[in-house]
Design a protein around this ligand. Structure first.
Ligand code: IMP
Ligand code: MG
Length: 187
């Protein structure tokens, strides 16, 4: 088993809060006089959503989805399962997906297709982190916090084996040996 430890802090609490406030302001401006529904993907995105929500100063609703990973070992890359679906109908509504991180884009690519089939008025994407260097599925990001280098990170909602989500900052998870990213994500 590889040995893991917390490494460099990439984004401090202050930097994250400043960025999330900036995004909240942009969203408030862009969705003025519109019915806005934030769709959050559990669980990694909840911390970001909770902060973003409080920086939005127009009427806004939230709803949640949970999906199971596509699995590092499966041959059907990009096939994910909806474990918990939205409570509300999104037909004719302005939907903004709020994500913690977009990595390969496989998860979100599936989700976008699924939600588009429900006929929202429009569908946009907001992510705190973007690791575009690993992208497989092309995703148009409308609101983006930070670009991420090719390292695995934890904190501010992001986990390793369900831990570290409570850190108010985002740090690199140091791994003692070369481990495939997909393996870590599935752990
Ligand atoms: P994708 O389908 O490859 O874009 O993977 C996205 C999902 O993988 C995210 O929603 C996270 O749950 C997880 N993930 C990807 N990178 C990291 C990371 O660096 N730390 C923690 N979780 C991650
Ligand atoms: Mg995860």
């Amino acid at each position: 088993m590889p040995i893991l430890s917390l490494g460099q802090i990439l984004f401090t609490e202050e930097e994250i809060q400043a960025k999330v406030k900036e995004l909240g302001n942009l969203i408030s401006r862009d969705y003025q006089d519109k019915d806005l529904l934030l769709v959050n993907v559990l669980k990694g995105g909840v911390v970001f959503l909770a902060d973003l929500l409080r920086y939005i100063n127009i009427p806004v609703s939230i709803d949640f989805m949970a999906i199971s990973g596509y699995g590092a070992t499966t041959t059907k890359a990009g096939v994910v399962k909806i474990v918990k679906d939205l409570d509300e109908s999104i037909e004719g509504r302005n939907i903004l997906i709020v994500e913690d991180i977009i990595d390969t884009g496989l998860t979100l690519g599936y989700l976008i297709k699924n939600l588009i089939s429900r006929n929202p008025a429009n569908l946009k994407i907001c992510t705190l982190l973007d690791r575009s260097i690993r992208r497989i599925v092309d995703i148009v990001i409308d609101y983006k916090g930070f670009e991420l280098p090719d390292v695995f990170v934890v904190g501010y909602g992001l986990d390793y084996q369900q831990l570290y989500r409570n850190l108010p900052y985002i740090a690199v998870l140091e791994i003692s040996e070369e481990v495939n990213f997909e393996t870590i994500k599935e752990m």
